[in-house]
Design a protein around this ligand. Structure first.
Ligand code: SF4
Length: 450
């Protein structure tokens, strides 16, 4: 889970990147950074913390230039130290390459071993560093950036949606299965790129299309050129971008996130109807699914759980202690809606089960007479190796408890998960997706150790 953005040919590159990163803050809250080409070199600023805290006006003023890249980070490989924050860089005989990437490399160990044999010494433990070091290494051999990226695609396995800046030129590319999203658009005679279309719009641009899986979009001396470097049979977009991660105002993998979530709720209502007084979303990522559920079930929709927006997602918390504390800070129920009533509670997923249990306890403490939990995804039983920090398999509650046992654990009167077939019915092109954390069918071999 990270957010990337890039801007080319804009005289306020750093300010635009700030807006883009702000719109992508939900994808990572541990680190943020940007690099801007000032005509001579890439200036990099990165730190721990939120975009708002790092990029004060004086910092933005120290980043003049017309092309730049930015990143918000949630660590899935390497810790949250500044050494692992992005952009990452690698030096070549012709200057420094800088990169931002969203995804996880699954053959980090082998590729790092190869790079070390060529004299590269990693300064961190992040997969984007391995990607840029690989490109730099191949560039030294072939002298051509596009050729070096093509060789990297042949050698590095896993997911990456990446933007590389080198000598004022921008290279935007996506792994051959297109696991993570990457959008492109126009902005004032230049180009903008971002993990999600909402960030392009926030920068003031208009969304044009997504960078295709295996495609390289290169902008050199103001000219844009697209090449398909790798072509595979089909793609494997992360289905959880639609269920949970992406913002509902984004278009991801060709579909409106908001509309897909609404359909998930409708399908869930058809599969798991319930007798309740009203439908209650666990805000914010379940709001649209709950709306769909309420519409299909003919039940009122009530915001009986209020979320504080001054704290991040509990999923984005590094330890159980932080997550425990965060749930209390994050949610507060509305007694006036709950008192003596039965709610159909719609949530997008259950990971460890501990957050759901605390929320259900809170709702009962505020007077709920009955709670029926409806989940707009199938049970998560397997870890993700492609850029989402799901816990190890033994921490995923659905990997060792049945739905009936989970119902008892979280403390509800009934529990219904959307089926995998139901999920697929809600997608325009269900064959284009990765469902590995749901069915264990990994499109790329996982690393030996998670
Ligand atoms: S394993 Fe799950 S979270 Fe990871 S890419 Fe596939 S669908 Fe997404």
């Amino acid at each position: 889970m990270c957010g990337v953005c890039g801007i080319y040919n804009n005289d306020k590159a750093a300010e635009k990147l700030y807006l883009g990163l702000f719109a992508l803050q939900h994808r990572g809250q541990d680190n943020a950074g940007m690099a801007v080409w000032d005509g001579r070199e890439n200036r990099i600023v990165k730190d721990r913390g939120l975009v708002f805290d790092i990029f004060k006006p004086e910092v933005l003023a120290s980043l003049p230039g017309t092309a730049g890249i930015g990143h918000t980070r949630y660590p899935t490989a390497g810790d949250s130290s500044v050494a692992n924050a992005q952009p990452h860089y690698a030096d070549t005989r012709d200057g420094r390459m800088v990169i931002v990437s969203n995804g996880d490399v699954t053959n980090m160990l082998e590729q790092t071993r190869f790079l070390k044999s060529r004299g590269f010494t990693p300064y961190g433990s992040n997969d984007a560093e391995v990607i840029v070091a690989s490109i730099a290494c191949y560039y030294e051999e072939c002298g051509d950036v596009a050729g070096a990226i093509a060789r990297m695609m042949g050698a590095v396995r896993g997911s990456y949606s990446a933007i590389l800046l080198f000598r004022g030129a921008m290279y935007v590319f996506r792994d051959p299965l297109g696991i993570r999203p990457l959008a492109m658009g126009y902005i004032n005679g230049g180009w903008a790129f971002a993990s999600e279309s909402c960030a392009i719009e926030t920068m003031g641009g208009s969304f044009q299309r997504e960078v295709d899986p295996g495609e390289l979009v290169a902008i050199v001396d103001g000219k844009l050129c697209s090449t398909r470097l790798e072509r595979r049979d089909g793609c494997r977009h992360c289905v959880f971008e639609h269920i949970y991660f992406s913002r509902p105002d984004s278009v991801i993998f060709g579909e409106s996130v908001s509309k897909v979530r609404f359909r998930l709720g409708e399908e869930l209502a058809a599969e798991h109807p319930v007798q309740a007084d009203f439908v209650l979303p666990v805000p914010d990522s379940s709001n649209n699914a709950a709306l769909g559920y309420a519409g299909a079930a003919g039940l009122p929709y009530k915001l009986a759980l209020i979320r504080s927006h001054y704290i991040g997602r509990t999923f984005i918390g590094s330890t159980q202690a932080i997550r425990d504390f965060a749930v209390k800070l994050k949610f507060n129920p509305v007694r006036a809606h709950l008192d003596g009533r039965t709610a159909a509670v719609v949530d997008d997923s259950i990971v460890r089960g501990t957050t759901s249990k605390k929320i259900m306890r809170m709702l009962r403490d505020f007077g709920a007479a009955g709670l029926h939990l409806r989940i707009s995804s199938p049970p998560i039983k397997f870890p993700c190796y492609y850029g989402v920090d799901t816990p190890r398999q033994q921490e995923l509650i659905a990997s060792y408890k049945s739905p009936a046992q989970i119902k008892d654990f979280v403390g509800v009167d009934s529990l219904g998960y959307l089926s995998l077939d139901g999920l697929k019915r809600c997608l325009a092109r269900p064959g284009d997706y990765c469902y590995a954390c749901l069915d264990g069918d990994y499109p790329i071999a996982p690393p030996a150790v998670k």
